[in-house]
Design a protein. Structure first.
Lengths: 86, 199
């Protein structure tokens, strides 16, 4: 299935609005935290693949933003998940 | 004479240099994002209290603005790449309107960020107030400078497009500028939940 710019734009808006709702309703914990991080990854990947048009290029170019997203979001997740010792 | 056949799908669009810039920016902001997350662990309560002073709604509106402007640029580039040369004038005018709209949205983003900054400064908040605001102001002001440069780039792309400066086979400058703007969008996509939502 070929995705159009409008499809990508719609998904980005919906995911951003859901992130905003998570913050607005103060739901950031447990499952919602995971949802927020995954949706951030998906949004970043959509921008990289479809807006930057990296989907069709050699994997070594396409994978750099993907790896960046994975590393940054994983490290951020660990920082938020690990218990804080006082 | 030998010919070099290059598969256009092999390499990313735009100048090679822009991709060096993209990767360097990703690395720089990535380090700041991770630094923010781990600094928060040391001062959890202070970070949570400070985050309450931020306006999530403005952050969300700014997210929508950047996403929409990125979409408009995609449409502008698409219009140039699919135009037929005998319709060059119409297509260029059409594409320039997409770019102008994206530029205006970039300008609105800057105005909203300035209002956020001035609101914080009016409360006496500076880089040295605490670690949270040091990271917040560093990240958002650094990003603000990128958006400012992006708006200048978009203005130049708009003018050249309006003057029929791009064709489907000669639009590398347009693609390069577009990639830069998408980078600005990509960085904000991570910055927004990290600074405004997660606490």
């Amino acid at each position: 299935m070929k995705l159009h710019a409008e499809d990508i734009f719609t998904v980005l808006v919906v995911l951003s609005f859901s992130a905003y709702l998570i913050g607005y309703l103060e739901l950031f914990s447990g499952l919602f935290a995971v949802v927020l991080l995954i949706s951030t990854f998906v949004k970043g990947q959509l921008i990289s693949d479809y807006f930057m048009d990296l989907k069709e290029v050699e994997p070594k170019y396409r994978l750099i933003p993907t790896i960046w997203l994975i590393i940054v979001l994983s490290l951020v997740s660990v920082a938020y998940i690990l218990p804080v010792t006082t | 004479m030998s010919e070099i056949f290059v598969d256009k799908k092999t390499y990313p669009h735009g100048d090679f240099a822009i991709w060096i810039i993209v990767y360097v920016e990703l690395l720089t902001f990535g380090l700041l994002f991770v630094g923010y997350a781990y600094s928060r662990r040391v001062n959890l309560q202070m970070f949570n209290d400070s985050q309450l002073l931020l306006n999530q709604t403005i952050g969300f509106i700014n997210t929508l603005i950047l996403i929409t402007s990125s979409y408009l640029i995609v449409r502008g580039v698409e219009t140039i790449k699919t135009m037929q040369l005998h319709h060059r004038h119409e297509a260029s005018m059409h594409a320039s309107k997409w770019l102008l709209s994206a530029m205006i949205l970039g300008g609105i983003f800057l105005v909203l960020k300035l209002s956020e900054f001035s609101n914080l400064f009016a409360q006496g908040i500076t880089l040295s107030t605490n670690t949270f605001f040091m990271f917040y102001l560093l990240l958002t002001m650094f990003h603000f400078m990128h958006v400012t440069l992006g708006v200048v780039i978009l203005y130049n792309l708009y003018r050249k497009t309006k003057n029929q400066g791009y064709t489907p086979t000669d639009c590398r400058g347009l693609e390069t500028g577009a990639i830069y703007w998408h980078l600005v969008d990509l960085l904000w996509i991570v910055l927004f939940p990290l600074v405004y939502i997660m606490h």
